[in-house]
Design a protein around this ligand. Structure first.
Ligand code: APR
Length: 257
């Protein structure tokens, strides 16, 4: 896929140079080029006969804890084998040119942290975190071993209350983590530029962030090879994959102003 016009990239680069705070809001498309299957793609092979809506809910976990827990450990294994692509490095590099960069992600793969971004708000949790079902007591990720075989895995019991340990992700019908949401909403309202990367803009409440930024006067830049529900809201659209567009923007910041 070709890069967007040089003049578009120049305009975004100059806005990035001026900004004191930049928010990078990412979704599943950000991880495509790292080979991480999206939520729906994830149901291949062993898991193909299940509907994600039947695995990613508290109800499903209560009904079939070993199945749901095993699915999440399989997804964690896939993510651990993936490597953050050049677009992730570009998001880290932004921190050299902008005083404050906040990454707000809907992804649970932890790739922004692994790439080295300093401030990452994970709105939908992480495959690397666990807590108990009843009281949300934290449970150390190192204590959840990689199973020898893919399939059902009985969740451990909470050492404090005996309740089963569940993945630290936000399931359908659950509220997003309060602190992350508050910080993300505040950053959206204060940023000079918001880069919206690889999200279809369909899943709420995360989809509200670009509008908050736009209403507060920020330049909203969509980075996506395809049009999305957010395209009409964007100030500028960069049609292209994250792994090409984001490094191209940083290359401009590195060059003469
Ligand atoms: N670079 C940038 N964007 C890309 C790329 C790429 N290489 N490849 C695909 N995209 C775009 C697609 O065009 C699409 O607009 O990424 C977007 C992915 O959209 P979704 O799959 O809907 O992902 P997302 O917006 O993150 O919403 C899914 O729903 O199931 C829940 O919690 C789950 O966070 C997840 C959310």
């Amino acid at each position: 896929m070709a890069e967007p016009d040089a003049s578009v990239l120049d305009a975004v680069a100059s806005a990035l140079r001026e900004a004191r705070l930049v928010v990078v809001a990412t979704g599943a498309g950000m991880s495509r080029e790292s080979g991480i299957p999206t939520f729906r793609d994830a149901l291949t092979g062993l898991w193909a006969r299940f509907d994600p809506a039947e695995l990613a809910t508290e109800d499903a976990f209560r009904r079939a804890p070993a199945r749901v827990f095993g699915w999440y450990l399989w997804r964690r294994k896939v993510v651990r084998a993936a490597v953050p692509h050049a677009g992730y490095d570009a998001v880290v590099a932004l921190e050299r040119f902008v005083p404050h960069v906040v990454v707000v992600t809907q992804n649970v793969d932890g790739l922004h942290r692994r790439a080295g971004s300093g401030r990452v708000l994970e709105l939908h949790g992480s495959l690397e975190r666990f807590h108990c079902l009843a009281a949300r007591h934290a449970y150390p990720a190192e204590a959840v071993a990689e199973p020898l075989e893919d399939g059902e895995v009985e969740p451990p019991a909470c050492p404090h209350c005996g309740s089963p340990i569940r993945p630290g992700v936000v399931w359908f019908g659950e509220l997003l983590p309060e602190r992350e949401v508050a910080a993300a909403w505040e950053a959206a309202a204060r940023c000079g530029v918001m880069l919206v990367v690889g999200t279809s803009g369909l899943v709420h409440p995360a989809a509200a962030l670009p509008r908050i930024a736009r209403d507060a006067g920020a330049m909203v830049v969509e980075v996506n090879p395809e049009p999305s529900d957010l395209s009409s809201l964007a100030t500028v659209v960069c049609r292209g994959p994250a792994g090409a567009v984001l490094p191209a923007l940083v290359a401009r910041l590195e060059g003469p102003a």
